[in-house]
Write a protein that binds this ligand. Structure first.
Ligand code: ANZ
Ligand code: ZN
Length: 803
């Protein structure tokens, strides 16, 4: 070992060593830990420093678990179907498969630079037929259980990508990929009935060790609301209109009704005088996105000419049509209470409709409203209900409606069934055959996978069909049920399909007979720690949970929640913006590794900020981490003294370091682990200088603690301290509590409650001794003043009041 920290030589050496002798081998006598990264999409841009952040964090935990005596499953794979590869193919006239293979090779090379302990024998690739065979198999199981079905739907259509978009891909009314304004188009789609799992997806969140933030994002997306359905009889007809309301307490304040433009009864309700206006209005609405309709500042609408009757007071109220009411939520009809709902208030004000206040804040008097009052209070103008508290009325009214036969208590969800087909080439073919006699028939399981055939052009067609529709010899087949000529489904699955279950495949990725054996699943899964970006907090996690629950229900998986603990790392930005090739602000890790080494970059990735928060990247800070590793290196080199036994001071620092590093690592506050290393190593260096050496035991402890973070240098230190094998054969140290008691303690010094300094005193010091010493230390600050009061909190604070 030499004085200079030659990271290049050290890292090369240990990488080769680990390749020969992996530090994490299956050993069934050990307990198990499954540590999972969200697998990457192998993009042509490769990895940037933002990807590293999560991968380093999960590798630190994996290596830590190895040191704690676990056998760890830490796999890696590729989420490789999807639009970018296909768009690349169209542009450059290469097969998406070739482009994908290239990208995987490149990203894999970059991943090696991290020196993570991935078990490449467990690698999965969603575009591999041996993998998507099971993606298709799961679809067939869902079809058999009635959870996959076909539906004609007005769908988000991107005129530029020529592709149907899921709502989440069209958030804000524009295409997530290209930014084009999204329009609507009616097409036959495959749907997955995720709504059948809404309650379980919501209720089971409780048992998960996830952040409250992500749990809330999931539950908001599911959007369960409790309310009532109330029936309004149409004047001059026997029909009724049912509304969904979360505020049945406000029924007496309902002064008009609004229907969605798509509401089935609109035409019938419209009087001849209003026909032209209503038809034009409904047509205009059909071209707007649902997001715009919800958020448009200016309310628009049109009167149908008809009336219905408010069931509580018998008043006839006008029926309008307006696009702020959505067709696919609740019943598509809203009882409008302008006094207590902002949207209704705007609408009533604009069209001169009556505003009747029915809830008054306690202790106030009725006066004209200038805006909707949405708070709590006492019922007024509400017949029998006057004087009730609004929140009590809210609970009571649904039952009253039920008794009178004009409504019922009910719940609603924002969650919609999942549009599961894409009119694209680069995805899993949906394993269905359409037969004129038998309808939609699943491909028999022994014929899976249905291979994705080669096409001449990957371009999506503007008829809304996938490019597969153009391959006659592939499309034409025979019906698996009756044997007559039939046609294959030409839609493919969305990219989410492969990523909704990949964590199950890792545990048994070579299995040709099953998706994964129950035995292997029981052995390794569910995932103990799942690490990935916050951008997947809603959809990917919801879909993965849905798949797992479904597979649990059919007995294919022995648990119903896939990810016990979740950690979402924040995004790394550059100059405040998300890194992207088009922005030209991608920071590649390659050069940093070259200049500072893998260990420095690993530690710097963790040091940049609290790992759950977004953080702007600045290369320059890596120098500080690099210098820290150099200091550690020299400390081992200079102070290692085999004749030394640790002094009391040394033991205290060492055990405090074990205690703090372990606690911070357990809490995943990795930035504070790195700063802790810096702090403790400085203390040890000072002590080594003072003592003229440090014990080998202390330096060994430091090497083991540092090993998950900076594995190469730690291995070399370990060797220097006289060991033959790997530092990962050692055990994670445990702090000895008896060594943590200190003879002295640091006390805060305050004047009039303001921090003015600190001092060390003996833990056995009396109040008098503490105050005397404090006055000495603060003498300059006290100056000519007199101390009029002395407050002492033993072991913590001396506070002096000076006049
Ligand atoms: C009367 C009322 C009075 C309402 C009041 C609110 C406040 P959440 O909580 O999101 O479930 N609503 C019902 N169906 C709708 C639709 N298809 N499009 C737009 N709005 C709709 O919202 C439920 C409330 O949103 C319902 O309660 C209804 O307005 C409206 F002071 O009914 B409410
Ligand atoms: Zn048939």
């Amino acid at each position: 070992m030499e004085n200079r920290y030659d990271f290049n030589a050290i890292e090369k050496k240990w990488r080769a060593e680990w390749e020969k002798n992996p530090i994490n081998v299956e050993n069934d006598t050990k307990p198990r830990f499954y540590c999972l990264d969200m697998f990457p999409y192998p993009s042509g841009t490769g990895l940037h420093v933002g990807h590293w952040r999560g991968y380093v964090l999960s590798d630190v935990v994996s290596r830590y678990k190895v040191l704690q005596g676990f056998q760890v499953l830490h796999p890696m794979g590729w989420d490789a179907f999807g639009l970018p590869a296909e768009n690349f193919a169209i542009k450059n006239n290469v097969h998406p498969k070739a482009a994908t293979e290239n990208n995987i090779a490149n990203v894999k090379r970059q991943l090696h630079e991290i020196s993570a302990i991935y078990d490449w024998d467990k690698e999965v690739n969603t575009t591999d037929p041996d993998y998507y065979k099971w993606t298709q198999w799961i679809f067939v199981q869902m079809f058999k259980k009635g959870l996959a079905y076909e539906k004609q739907m007005p769908l988000n259509w991107c005129p530029s990508c020529k592709c149907v978009l899921a709502n989440e891909e069209a958030a804000g009314g524009t295409c997530e990929r290209c930014g084009t304004v999204v329009t609507k188009r009616n097409l036959r789609q495959w749907m997955l009935k995720i709504t059948a799992y809404a309650d379980r997806l919501l209720d089971d969140l409780q048992e998960l060790d996830w952040s409250d933030k992500v749990k809330k994002m999931q539950s908001d997306w599911i959007g369960k609301s409790y309310g009532a359905e109330v029936d309004f009889k149409i004047v001059g007809s026997d029909d009724k209109i049912s509304v969904y309301t979360t505020r049945p307490d406000t029924l007496y304040g309902c002064s008009f009704m609004v229907l969605a433009p798509e509401y089935a009864g609109v035409a019938e309700l419209t009087t001849p005088e209003q026909k032209e206006a209503v038809e034009k209005y409904c047509f205009d609405a059909s071209t707007k996105s649902s997001v715009d309709r919800m958020t448009d500042k200016v309310k628009t609408g049109v009167f149908t000419g008809s009336y219905c009757t408010n069931p509580v007071n018998g008043e006839d109220i006008p029926i309008w049509v307006a696009d702020y009411v959505l067709a696919d939520y609740g019943t598509g009809a809203v009882m409008c209470v302008p006094a207590h709902d902002e949207r209704d208030f705007e609408f009533a004000t604009k069209f001169g409709l009556p505003i009747v206040q029915v809830i008054m804040p306690e202790g106030e008097e009725e006066k004209p409203l200038t805006e909707a009052y949405t708070g709590d209070g006492i019922m007024i103008n509400s017949g029998d209900w006057n004087g009730m508290k609004a929140f009590e009325a809210k609970k009571a009214v649904p039952h009253i409606m039920e008794e009178r036969g004009v409504g019922k208590k009910t719940t609603n969800y924002k969650l919609r069934d999942w549009v599961f087909s894409r009119q694209r080439y680069w995805g899993e073919p949906i394993p269905i055959v359409h037969c004129d006699c038998c309808g939609a028939v699943p491909v028999p399981e022994d014929q899976l996978p249905i291979l994705l055939p080669d096409v001449e052009t990957y371009k999506p067609t503007d008829t809304g069909e996938s490019p597969l529709a153009g391959i006659d010899e592939w499309v034409n087949t025979t019906c698996p049920v009756c044997g007559k000529p039939a046609k294959r489904e030409t839609n493919t699955m969305p990219q989410w399909a492969g990523s909704s279950w990949y964590f199950l495949r890792y545990v048994d990725n070579h299995n040709n007979n099953e998706m994964a054996s129950l035995e292997a699943l029981e052995k390794w899964a569910p995932v103990d720690l799942y690490v990935g970006g916050i951008e997947h907090a809603v959809l990917h996690l919801l879909y993965a949970r849905f798949y797992t629950k479904f597979l649990y229900d059919i007995g294919a998986v022995p648990f119903s929640e896939p990810f016990q603990k979740l950690f979402n790392q924040g995004m790394i930005t550059k100059n405040g913006k998300k890194m992207s090739k088009s922005m030209g602000n991608v920071v590649s890790p390659d050069e940093l590794v070259e200049n500072y080494g893998c260990d420095s970059l690993r530690m710097y990735e963790l040091f940049v900020g609290p790992p759950e928060l977004d953080c702007d990247w600045d290369d320059s800070g890596i120098d500080g981490v690099f210098r820290f590793l150099n200091r550690v290196w020299r400390m081992v080199f200079n102070y290692k003294d085999s004749n030394f036994t640790a002094t009391k001071d040394e033991e205290f620092i060492c055990h405090k370091m074990i205690y703090d590093i372990t606690a911070r690592l357990e809490a995943l506050t990795m930035n504070t682990v790195v700063s802790g290393f810096m702090e403790y190593s400085n203390k040890l260096i000072d002590l080594g200088k003072k003592q003229g050496g440090l014990s080998v035991a202390t330096l060994e402890t430091l090497s083991v603690l540092l090993a998950p973070f900076a594995p190469h240098i730690s291995e070399e230190m370990w060797k220097e301290l006289g060991h033959e094998g790997s530092v990962f054969d050692a055990s994670w140290p445990v702090a000895d509590e008896s060594k943590l008691v200190q003879d002295t303690v640091e006390i805060a010094l305050q004047i009039a409650g303001k921090l003015r300094g600190t001092m060390e005193i003996s833990t056995s010091a009396t109040k008098e001794e503490a105050i005397a010493k404090a006055k000495e230390v603060l003498a300059e600050r006290i100056g000519d003043g007199t101390v009029v009061k002395e407050i002492y909190v033993p072991g913590r604070i001396v506070n002096l009041i000076v006049k």
